[in-house]
Design a protein around this ligand. Structure first.
Ligand code: B12
Ligand code: SF4
Length: 498
């Protein structure tokens, strides 16, 4: 990082208890695409950016702060998910202690939804950018150099003495096609250090692309405050160029599209698939889609163009819950879409949540039955979390949500329980659904075949198992009777030190 004048930080999120480090071999290690876009934009405006991916580099709060202090940049840009706010604030505080003149700018989904509250709570953040950041960030940097008036910077929260001021939010970023390509060249260890979760792609290296921004739907649990309801796309030719660039420059073989609605425009998706086929791209890819946007014809084309998996937000096997979520689809639509996807030879990853308001033992039973009935081989079950920025957050906050618990908001902790259920009971159902889905001979056989077909997963699994075994042996040797850590050391959900 020597010579960098702006350092972008993806702060540490993972709360892996000492003794459980081996879990990292199988979890998702994707970089922040937002920071890659911002770094590219800053560079196009003459700055010298650097990026720190804390979790991938195994850096603690103290390590990150020490690196920044040593690099002495004028600016620091931190991306914030709700779960990472405390860690980010701790980093900012340490930087300010040693280099008080460093300007700390924050942005990301948490700021888009909770900007003023966050700035009020954490005096160590100097500026916050709400929503898409490319234009606002470079305008702000120019303003800080005296070339602009901060009040002319769109979507900004800044301090004016003790008061907080906000500038009007700019409606949308400029055309996506005009943005520079994400700065993958600035990512330390790219592409090999950045892996999705085990079994979530066929062959690496892997990279992420957002081919569009925005989503017009308003599912009540979803935070769409960064990109809003207007969908904007890159031209298919530019997306294709990004894929080819990733393949030819970095040897990337698989792309994960992280768009909210990859199939928002069937026309563009078709054009992109045709470009991949015509140019014999030979890359695999995954995307997310709503169940009401797929049909056999587009699925067949996607399969031919290399689509390996589609993640569908299936959420629940109970219609009344889908209705309460304003999901605008029914369980039968989910089932139809998954069957069509399987028939096209693409695998389905089902994204589900447990504990949404209205959940009860009967809805849980139906979800459990549903996940076993449909032709799906991988499921993600998250613990319902009312994220700031989602409509449900506004509905629930102040009822029985326990404080605001930002540091627990990663889908792995129940911070709220529906009426008539306890967190402990929900936790039991959580385990039960996953075990009943995965512990079936059909699924076991599928994963065995996948492991043999794609040895990279085998090596990751092996490292995980060896790590687990090592931790067990260490614990036996230290007289803890096979417990990986002393009970009081288990702090998977504890906030970062601050
Ligand atoms: C890909 C993705 C992931 C990836 C990569 C994460 C990453 N670091 O980017 C993975 C799988 C790791 C992930 C994990 C999680 N994710 Co996620 N993820 C996404 C997804 C689908 C796309 C993100 C993306 O790349 N967008 C495209 C880029 C260009 O946008 P961006 O990163 O937001 O950056 C822009 C602006 O935010 C802003 N900006 C961002 N940072 C900064 C910093 C500065 C200084 C400035 C000025 C501006 C700025 O400018 C950028 C360019 O315009 C979003 C949904 C969405 N629509 O964004 C959810 C989303 C961000 N995830 C979400 C959540 C909750 C999570 C999890 C916490 C739990 C879960 N259930 O998935 C975990 C935990 C994260 C962790 N590391 O522990 C929520 C965040 C809600 C919140 N308030 O926190 C979202 C919004 C989904 C949703 N709709 O609810 N996620
Ligand atoms: S869950 Fe998907 S479809 Fe619903 S609002 Fe969020 S991104 Fe849009």
């Amino acid at each position: 990082m020597p010579g960098a004048d702006i350092v972008f930080i993806n702060p540490p999120y993972e709360r892996i208890a000492p003794g459980y480090e081996f879990v990292k071999h199988i979890t998702n290690r994707s970089p922040s695409l937002g920071l890659l876009h911002l770094a590219a934009e800053a560079r196009a405006h003459g700055y010298r950016p650097a990026i720190i991916e804390s979790d991938v580099l195994n850096l603690s709060v103290a390590d990150v702060a020490a690196r920044v202090v040593a690099a002495m940049p004028a600016y620091v840009g931190i991306t914030l998910f709700t779960v990472g706010v405390w860690g980010a604030a701790a980093i900012a505080r340490r930087i300010k202690q040693d280099r008080p003149d460093t300007r700390i700018i924050v942005g990301g989904p948490h700021i888009s939804s909770m900007g003023p509250e966050t700035m009020q709570r954490f005096a160590e953040f100097d500026y916050a950018v709400v929503g898409e950041g490319e234009k606002a960030l470079t305008d702000l940097l120019r303003a800080l150099e005296g070339r602009n008036d901060p009040r002319s910077v769109p979507s900004l929260i800044y301090r004016d003495g003790a008061a907080l001021r906000t500038t009007p939010r700019s409606p949308v970023n400029r055309l996506l096609d005009d943005l520079p390509m994400p700065a993958w060249d600035l990512l330390p260890g790219f592409p090999r250090a950045y892996k999705p979760a085990i079994y979530d792609f066929p062959r690496g290296p892997v990279a992420t692309i957002a081919a569009s921004r925005g989503c017009p739907f308003q599912c009540k649990f979803c935070d769409t405050s960064t990109f809003g309801a207007t969908v904007r796309h890159y031209s298919p030719a530019i997306v294709f160029d990004m894929m080819r660039h990733l393949r030819d420059t970095y040897g990337v073989r698989h792309v994960m599209f992280v768009d909210d609605l990859f199939l928002a425009s069937k026309l563009r998706a078709t054009e992109l698939c045709e470009l991949m086929l015509k140019n014999d791209l030979k890359m695999t890819w995954t995307c997310t889609a709503r169940v009401d946007t797929v049909k056999p014809d587009i699925l067949a084309l996607m399969k031919r163009a290399g689509c390996w998996e589609i993640s569908f937000g299936l959420e629940s096997g109970a219609d009344e819950l889908l209705q309460k979520m304003d999901k605008a689809v029914r369980v039968e639509n989910s089932e139809q879409a998954v069957r069509w996807t399987a028939a096209a030879g693409i695998r389905t990853k089902g994204l589900f949540m447990l504990g949404y308001p209205g959940e009860n033992r009967d809805t849980i039973r139906r979800t459990k039955e549903f996940v076993r009935r449909i032709p799906m081989t991988i499921m993600n079950l998250s613990k319902f979390t009312p994220y700031p920025g989602s409509p449900i957050y506004r509905d629930l906050f102040g009822t029985n949500i326990r404080d605001d618990h930002w540091e627990k908001m990663n889908g792995m902790n129940f911070v709220w329980a529906p009426e008539g259920m306890t967190v402990e009971e929900l936790d039991r159902h959580y385990q039960d659904i996953l075990v009943s889905f995965y512990r079936r001979p059909r699924i076991g056989w599928y994963y065995l075949k996948l492991t043999l077909q794609y040895p990279n997963h085998f090596y990751r699994l092996l490292r995980f198992l060896l790590g687990f075994l090592g931790a067990k042996l260490k614990s036996l040797a230290s007289g803890r009777g096979g417990l990986l850590v002393r009970p009081r050391e288990v702090r998977l959900d504890a906030p970062a030190k601050h």
